[in-house]
Design a protein around this ligand. Structure first.
Ligand code: GLA
Length: 386
């Protein structure tokens, strides 16, 4: 894999800069799941509680809190972010991601990837197949004859093993076996979720393989910064630092063209209300924007602002693309937290990623990870008010 593979050590250095303590590792899964375990580090606490059962095993919810009152809950099923509590400009706390109050909600077959980790390949691979080193690999198809978000049982539907790293981070590990969902190679995946004192949720992804394989990892949190006050995100103002996007066909498969956004409904180079032009985009926004960047540096990719509450979010990432999905397939059938009906556009995703279908698009940045290389990606969601 090309320069996309930056050393994991670089990410670790960043934690040290942030003041995180990586030396002390505790296996949270070994602790009694009904007891709240609390420890502190620079004002951050990490606690845990039982959230449900899956495959006869406990599903645990890990709760990261900082002194500013930001709280993030992540469960080991799907590595899913279930809650992000942040304050609005009047100091009122609210949950800014969609999801369910109980674990069972997440098992609903219509759960549209709320908050989960996505892999082995986030987004679509056309016709569920690709060729590598002269061999054609056939993947599990789950989306109009294509493979979406890793196939029928992607990384969002497995139990990850969880370990606390210091008190500010939760490490999740999963081994995706050779041929799982049709992908080649045993893939060792490690995710590190970190809460910082500055209201940042940082996600570091890392993977290694024993056979060449495509890899594209992301998180699928649905944001609504109004925290339940607005039923949709159409009034949110979005900025995307991208001059181009990957054009797609009617099944959302890239055509290979990268049209300019300037002056079109896809132009978010200045903050703009999402609802302003959404009706002009067939089906709503569900596209990958090509981020303006030189390489794989951690750089601001998107900002999101909710005028009613003053909540503001910045998304920084190392990835070359970002999928802005405006919750088009939500249709009011799902009842989420606090009995909310999740209507169309109730939440939106900013999935930091490689371009969709890269294994079949030679002109797109490389997504093939080879033995001996390390895949990394880092994304930071930073919350504030203005
Ligand atoms: C991604 C896809 C969408 C949709 C959602 C999940 O964002 O691009 O088309 O499949 O996931 O509902």
């Amino acid at each position: 894999m090309n320069k996309i593979l930056t050393p994991w050590s670089a990410a670790c250095c960043f934690y040290i800069l942030l003041g995180c303590n990586g030396s002390q590792q505790t296996n949270l899964d070994q602790k009694s799941s009904d007891t709240m375990n609390t420890s502190t580090n620079r004002g951050i606490t990490l606690t845990q509680q039982t959230f449900g059962k899956y495959d006869q095993q406990d599903v645990t919810s890990y709760v990261l809190m900082n002194e500013k009152g930001m709280e993030v809950r992540i469960m080991n099923y799907g590595g899913t972010i279930t809650n992000i509590f942040t304050k609005d400009s009047s100091g009122k706390t609210g949950d800014v991601v969609l999801g369910f109050d109980t674990f069972d909600g997440y098992l609903n077959k219509d759960n549209p990837y709320f908050g989960c980790l996505v892999g082995r390949y986030a987004n679509r691979i056309a016709k569920g197949q690709f060729s590598l080193d002269g061999k054609t690999y056939k993947l599990a198809k789950n989306n109009n004859g294509n493979s979406l978000h890793g196939g029928l049982k992607g990384f969002d539907k497995v139990l990850w093993s969880a370990t606390a790293v210091g008190d500010t981070s939760l490490q999740l590990k999963y081994t995706s076996k050779d041929e799982e969902e049709g992908y080649p190679g045993n893939l060792q995946v490690e995710i590190l979720y970190t809460l910082t004192p500055n209201n940042e949720l940082r996600i570091d992804y890392k993977a290694t393989t024993d056979k060449a394989t495509p890899v594209n990892l992301t998180n699928h949190a649905y944001f609504n910064l109004s925290a339940g006050a607005d039923s949709t995100i159409l009034g949110h103002q979005l900025l995307l630092d991208a001059d181009r996007y990957t054009e797609v066909d009617k099944n959302l498969i890239p055509t290979g063209q990268l049209p300019a956004v300037k002056g079109t409904s896809m132009d978010f180079n200045s903050p703009r209300a999402i609802g302003m032009d959404i009706m002009k985009v067939a089906g709503g926004y569900d596209h990958n924007w090509v981020l303006n960047k030189k390489g794989l540096e951690l750089k601001l990719a998107a900002t999101l602002y909710h005028p009613g509450t003053g909540r503001y979010m910045e998304a920084y990432t190392t990835t070359p693309g970002i999928q802005f999905y405006s919750g088009n397939f939500l249709n009011g059938n799902l009842t989420g937290k606090g009995g909310q009906k999740y209507v169309q556009h109730a939440g939106m995703c900013l999935e930091t990623q490689h371009f969709p279908d890269s294994p079949n698009q030679p002109s797109f940045p490389n997504t093939i990870l080879k033995p001996g290389e390390t895949y990394t990606q880092t994304t930071v969601y930073k919350f504030s008010t203005k």
